[in-house]
Structure formats: C-alpha cells, structure tokens
Design a protein around this ligand. Structure first.
Ligand SMILES: C[C@@](CO)(OP(=O)(O)O)[C@H](O)COP(=O)(O)OP(=O)(O)OC[C@H]1O[C@@H](n2ccc(N)nc2=O)[C@H](O)[C@@H]1O
Ligand SMILES: Nc1ncnc2c1ncn2[C@@H]1O[C@H](COP(=O)(O)OP(=O)(O)O)[C@@H](O)[C@H]1O
Length: 308
C-alpha cells in the first residue's frame, strides 16, 4: 500500500469581475484568486489487488457530505481511472479531514478534487505537469485548476513546486480556468461565514449584468500586489457577485456590515459567490481581536493567512 497526503488549501477572490454571459450558461470572468492557509487534509491510499477493476472509497469527518459520485474527490478519482486506470486493479481509498466550510465561496470541494488528481499522479507515477492536471480538472469545476496550481506550490513533496504554473496567486480568465500566475498577497486574514450555504449557480444566474456599478481594475490590482501598495489593493477589492448575495441573504449583509465596522470599512470583501466575508488584517493582534469578536457571532469564523 502506498499513501500520499495533500494539504488542500482554500482560496479567496481578491477581486471578481463578470464580463458576459456565455451561450452554455456559464460566465466569462476576470478575477484575482489567492490561496489561503486554511486547508483540508486529503490522504489517498492505493491498494493494488488482482480483482481486475479499480474501486473508489471515500470517507470524511462531515457526515452530511456525500461519499459517492457526488463528492468532488470521488469524481476526480473516477476521471483518473477513465484516463489512466485501464490496465490497473486495486482500491483508491480517500480520507478527507475537512476544515474549510462547505458551500462557502472558498473552493473547499474543488481543493479536495485537485488533491486527488495530484495524489494519483504520484501514486501511479504518471508524470503529469500542472498544466496537464489543470486541463483535466477544468472538467470537474471552474475552481479546480487554481486549486491544482496552488497545491503544487504549497506541497513541495508532490515534486511540482518549480512547475511554471505552480503559484499561490493568479489572475483567472475565461470561465475561471485560464490562469496566469502573479505575485500574491502576504496578509493575516479573518474569515467569517454566516450559517447558510450559497449555490454558485443561483448567484451567477441572479446577477444583473447591466446593473453592475463598480468593477475592479485587474491590471491595477496586479501591479499593486507586485508593489505591495495596500491602498490600491484595497481600492480594487471589488466582487460584482456581492450585491446579489448580500441583497438575497440579509444575514450575509448583516455579517458584512459588522466586519466593516470592525475594520473601519477597509479591506473587507465577500469571497466568490459567498457567503464567507473576509478581511485583510494589518497584523496578528488585529486578526486575533477580530477573530474573537466574530467567533461569538458566527461559529464558522477562522483566523488564518494567505500563502506565499
Ligand atoms: C464563484 C467562484 C469564484 O472563484 O467560486 P465559488 O464561489 O464557487 O467558490 C467560481 O467562479 C465558481 O467556481 P465553481 O464553484 O468551481 O463552479 P462550477 O462548479 O464550475 O459551476 C457551478 C455553476 O456556477 C455557474 N458558473 C460557474 C463558473 C462560471 N465562470 N460561470 C458560471 O455561470 C454555472 O451555473 C455552473 O453550473
Ligand atoms: N469534498 C467535498 N467537500 C465539500 N463539498 C463538496 C465535496 N464534494 C462535493 N461537494 C459539494 O459541492 C458543493 C460546493 O462545495 P464547496 O466547494 O465547498 O463550495 P464553494 O464552491 O462555494 O467554495 C456543496 O454543495 C457540496 O455538497
């Protein structure tokens, strides 16, 4: 039996712009994605046998999550079997210790799928590059390719930390799967999630594209990240999906207002389609104080940092 453990990190969107609705119902986006240290642990084991087929078994510490073909980790294993499993026989056992909240806008599920692609690449000695896996991963979900590139950087044992596409931060275009590595953000963070899950599809569908008032300037944000110009970074922390989620779910609006008050209206944003709200913190002390205050309000509150 061989075993690989992957640190499956979440992400935040430092900016998120939607350019247009595509014919297949998806949306063309332009966003800056930043990996965060808050992570699930995904352990993958490969037991070779002579049964003539490959089986998949999934376990998690969240009893409400599916363990069958609806789980993104299962789906990723299935995809690998379809592509590279033909001549193999054995069992893929996946154990997921979740910390990233579910349906939160933090790409927790995607990170689990990405981790399984990385692990099987190692366990089956496939020699795939980050680009190869990103192409496969885009079939599983729009956030999966970014998770693959981030995990390559954050898990040096996977042997891909020097791959040209390994990075902690990226601009994502197309449907979110065309990725350009960029210099990321070094910051403490607090994240707080109201106790609802938000459907990404509902938010994209509900977005009124003709009513978007304020958009981030991606080029300006990318330059500001490279120069560590926090004022300009903050100015471009805009997520065009925020308005829909905040209006549709009053307790998300309430949480955002509360975090903004704590941070004097500075550097507070909803991640992805929500409902998690995050704030950039100047230092440990500020992060700890905000964490303690918000924890009493939302159980799913975290004190973490970006990866770099
Ligand atoms: C909004 C973002 C921002 O990073 O993240 P989350 O809030 O989900 O974390 C992503 O665009 C989400 O990525 P992900 O959650 O992987 O989405 P997918 O599974 O690919 O798609 C779920 C649904 O969202 C809609 N969708 C997704 C991506 C996209 N560019 N346009 C869309 O319209 C589609 O209706 C699709 O059926
Ligand atoms: N391994 C997994 N971890 C979390 N959610 C999963 C997983 N597999 C499938 N899902 C499903 O994917 C959906 C979105 O999950 P998640 O990635 O956590 O959200 P988001 O895209 O908002 O960041 C949830 O409804 C959940 O049931």
């Amino acid at each position: 039996m061989q075993r690989i453990q992957v640190k499956a990190c979440g992400k935040i969107n430092l900016s998120l712009d939607v350019k247009k609705r595509l014919e297949n119902g998806y949306h063309q986006v332009e966003m800056v994605m930043q990996q965060i240290l808050l992570h699930d642990d995904v352990a993958v084991r490969w037991f070779e046998n002579q049964n003539g087929r490959v089986e998949i078994e999934v376990s998690t510490n969240r009893p409400y999550l599916p363990r069958d073909s609806r789980n993104l980790a299962y789906k990723a294993a299935h995809l690998m079997i379809r592509q590279y499993g033909e001549a193999r026989s054995g069992k893929i056992r996946i154990d997921i210790k979740k910390r990233i909240p579910v349906a939160a806008g933090l790409a927790g599920g995607s990170s689990n799928g990405a981790a399984v692609l990385h692990a099987l690449n190692q366990l089956w000695s496939l020699g795939l590059t980050v680009k190869d896996m990103c192409e496969m991963g885009s079939e599983l979900g729009s956030d999966v390719p970014f998770s693959i590139m981030g995990q390559a950087k954050e898990n040096p044992d996977l042997g891909l930390a020097n791959d040209p596409l390994a990075a902690h931060c990226a601009v994502a275009r197309g449907t979110g799967t065309d990725l350009e590595p960029i210099i990321g953000l070094k910051s403490h963070l607090v994240l707080t999630k109201p106790s609802i899950g938000v459907s990404t599809a509902e938010v994209y569908q509900g977005l009124a594209l003709d009513k978007i008032e304020e958009r981030p300037n991606t080029a300006e944000l990318v330059a500001a990240l490279a120069e560590k110009n926090y004022k300009i970074i903050q100015k471009n922390m805009i997520n065009v999906l925020e308005n829909f989620t905040l209006t549709r779910y009053p307790n998300v609006m309430y949480t955002k207002n509360k975090v903004e008050r704590l941070f004097n209206e500075e550097a507070v944003l909803m991640s992805g389609s929500g409902p998690t709200i995050f704030a950039l913190c100047r230092n440990r002390g500020e992060a700890q104080r905000a964490y303690e205050e918000l924890k009493a309000y939302n159980k799913e509150t975290f004190w973490t940092r970006t990866t770099y």
